[in-house]
Design a binder for this molecule. Structure first.
Ligand code: ADP
Ligand code: AMP
Length: 203
């Protein structure tokens, strides 16, 4: 099964991906996670990507497409995968068509006020990739992941950058809803409910 999760930053793509991975045993491929790893490791791609990420802009299509061509060729992708954060432009979507045949695109719909609150309250674990929220999904111990990692706030989850990312989403990624709808691949889910309810409704 090859699934695309569409939705604005903060819609819950990462959160739902973890549930799907657990239930169906297919990997979550997050371009954001791949880029953040490259930034942490200080690679050439990481250095270049950081300047775009810090401004809430998209990393250029050609770079992302090269990364994904390689990643989707790895053995763990043979039975399918969940794409979280890719494609994000029409060009990426068109390119993906020549690489893979997608079974379904799930669009997670969440109101703009909730997106702001979700992103500014998000806390992430650098060690295991777990995602928490200070109010909606607090960690067992303040500032600490269940794996023991020190939780941090992503640089781009600060309010000014969040606003820019939401604008980038509206202009560059939202047109994909129409694109996949016209291909009869799109299913929408009300993402304003609890994570478990969202999962039960669609997956
Ligand atoms: P995305 O991957 O789409 O950017 P995340 O899955 O990282 O979004 O979720 C963004 C933030 O919102 C996180 O802090 C997460 O814990 C929280 N969150 C996710 N789904 C829900 C939900 N259904 N209700 C409330 N908060 C949620
Ligand atoms: P995310 O973790 O999905 O919120 O992505 C964080 C940031 O990484 C985005 O704001 C972009 O700068 C960059 N990014 C992630 N995925 C893509 C993509 N498919 N195309 C371009 N930029 C991306």
């Amino acid at each position: 099964m090859k699934i695309i999760l569409l939705g604005a930053p903060g819609a819950g793509k990462g959160t739902q991906s973890k549930f799907i991975t657990e239930q169906y045993g297919i990997p979550q491929i997050s371009t954001g996670d791949i880029l953040r790893k490259a930034v942490r490791e200080g690679t050439e791609i990481g250095k270049m990507a950081k300047s775009y990420m810090d401004q809430g802009k998209l990393v250029p299509d050609d770079v992302i497409i090269e990364i994904m061509k390689a990643r989707l060729n790895e053995p763990d992708c043979s039975k399918g995968y969940i794409l979280d954060g890719f494609p994000r432009t029409l060009k990426q979507a068109e390119k993906l068509e020549s690489i893979a045949q997608i079974d379904v695109v799930i669009n997670i719909e969440v109101s703009t006020e909730s997106l702001l609150e979700r992103l500014t309250g998000r806390r992430s674990c650098p060690k295991c990739g777990a995602v928490y929220h200070i109010k909606f999904n607090p960690p067992p111990e303040d500032g600490k992941c269940k794996c023991g990692g020190e939780l941090y706030q992503r640089d781009d989850d600060r309010e000014e950058t969040v606003r820019k990312r939401l604008e980038t989403y509206r202009t560059q990624t939202e047109p994909l809803i129409e694109y996949y709808s016209s291909k009869n691949l799109l299913k929408s889910v009300d993402g304003n409910k609890t994570p478990t309810e969202v999962f039960q409704e669609k997956f």
